[in-house]
Design a protein around this ligand. Structure first.
Ligand SMILES: NC(=O)c1ccc[n+]([C@@H]2O[C@H](COP(=O)([O-])OP(=O)(O)OC[C@H]3O[C@@H](n4cnc5c(N)ncnc54)[C@H](OP(=O)(O)O)[C@@H]3O)[C@@H](O)[C@H]2O)c1
Length: 264
C-alpha cells in the first residue's frame, strides 16, 4: 500500500490515537477523512495537517452513537470518495463490576465500540469490494486479547472486534481487502478522563504506557505489511501471550493483583 495520494477514513480522529494516526498518514501524503463529533477539534486537526504541507484533510462530523445518521453520512462519503484505508478507532471505556454497572453506562459503550465499528465497515465495503482494493484496521486493545475484571463490557466489546475481523478477513480475501487488528496497551490519551466510572476507582496501579504516536506507527505497520494483528508494546504482547497460554495462572494473578472496587 502506497500512502501517498491514497485516502484514509479514521473514526475518532479528533483526539488521541485517531488524531496521531491522522497526522502520521497525512505526513506520508495521504488524504485523511477525519470523523468524530467535535467540530472544533476536527478543525484544529485540519489546520495542523494543512500547516504540515504534505497530505490533506477533510472533516466528517458524525456521532456513531446515532447509527442511522452515522451510516447515512458514511455511505454518502464512500459513494463520492474512493476510500483506500479505513481505521475503525472511535471507542470509549467503562469501569466497574458488571453487576454494579447501570445499563445506562453499558449500553452506550456497546453502541459505540461494537455497532459503531460494524456500521463503519459496512459503509466502507461496497466501494472497496468494487475496486478490489483496501485495508481495514480495527483498534482493539490488549484487553481484547485477555480480559481483566471490572472492565467486562469494554473487554466484551474488544473481543467482539476480533471475532468480527477474523470472519471478515476470510470473507474479503477473494476481493484482496486486508483486515487487521491493532491492540494497544495503556496509551497516554484522554480516554481515561472520558470513560464512565460506574463505581469510584480505587488507587490505580502504575502500568507501562505508550504514546499515541507509537500506536499510530503500529497502525501503519499493520497496513503496510497486511498483518492480521499487531500488539503494540512488548508488555502488551507478553500479557496477551501469558493470558492465552496460561489462562488459569493469569486468572490467579489478576484475581490477586487487580484491586476490588467498593460498590456504592
Ligand atoms: N487509551 C488507551 O489506553 C487505549 C488502550 C487500548 C485501546 N484503546 C482504544 O483506542 C481507541 C482510541 O482511544 P483513545 O485512547 O484515542 O481515546 P480518546 O482520546 O478518548 O479518543 C476517542 C475518540 O473517539 C471519538 N468518539 C467518541 N465518541 C464518539 C461518537 N459517539 N461518535 C464519533 N466519535 C466518537 C472522540 O471524538 P469526539 O468526542 O469528538 O466524538 C475521540 O476522537 C478506542 O477504541 C480505545 O478503546 C485505547
Amino acid at each position: 500500500m502506497q500512502f501517498k495520494d491514497s485516502t484514509a477514513l479514521i473514526t475518532g480522529a479528533s483526539e488521541g490515537i485517531g488524531r496521531a494516526t491522522a497526522l502520521r498518514l497525512s505526513a506520508m501524503g495521504c488524504h485523511v477523512i477525519a470523523a468524530a463529533r467535535s467540530v472544533p477539534r476536527l478543525e484544529s486537526l485540519r489546520e495542523e495537517i494543512a500547516a504540515g504541507g504534505n497530505g490533506s484533510c477533510e472533516i466528517l462530523p458524525l456521532d456513531l452513537m446515532r447509527p442511522a445518521d452515522a451510516l447515512r453520512i458514511l455511505e454518502e462519503l464512500c459513494q463520492r470518495t474512493a476510500v483506500d484505508v479505513g481505521i475503525v478507532n472511535a471507542g470509549m471505556g467503562q469501569y466497574g463490576p458488571f453487576a454494579a454497572s447501570p445499563w445506562e453506562d453499558v449500553e452506550p459503550l456497546l453502541r459505540l465500540n461494537i455497532d459503531g465499528a460494524l456500521l463503519t465497515v459496512r459503509a466502507l465495503l461496497p466501494g472497496m469490494r468494487k475496486r478490489r482494493r483496501g485495508s481495514i484496521v480495527m483498534i482493539s486493545s490488549t484487553l481484547g486479547k485477555r480480559a481483566v475484571p471490572y472492565n467486562a463490557a469494554y473487554c466484551a466489546s474488544k473481543y467482539a472486534l476480533h471475532g468480527f475481523s477474523d470472519a471478515l478477513r476470510l470473507e474479503l480475501r477473494p476481493e484482496n481487502i486486508h483486515v487487521g487488528v491493532v491492540c494497544p496497551a495503556r496509551t497516554d490519551t484522554a480516554f481515561f478522563n472520558r470513560m464512565t466510572y460506574s463505581v469510584p476507582q480505587g488507587e490505580s496501579r502504575r502500568v507501562p504506557t505508550s504514546s499515541p504516536d507509537r500506536v499510530a506507527d503500529a497502525v501503519i505497520r499493520c497496513i503496510r505489511r497486511r498483518r492480521r494483528e499487531v500488539v503494540v508494546s512488548p508488555e502488551g504482547a507478553l500479557f496477551a501471550f501469558v493470558g492465552s497460554h496460561f489462562p488459569r495462572l493469569t486468572d490467579i494473578l489478576l484475581y490477586h493483583s487487580v484491586p476490588r472496587p467498593t460498590e456504592e
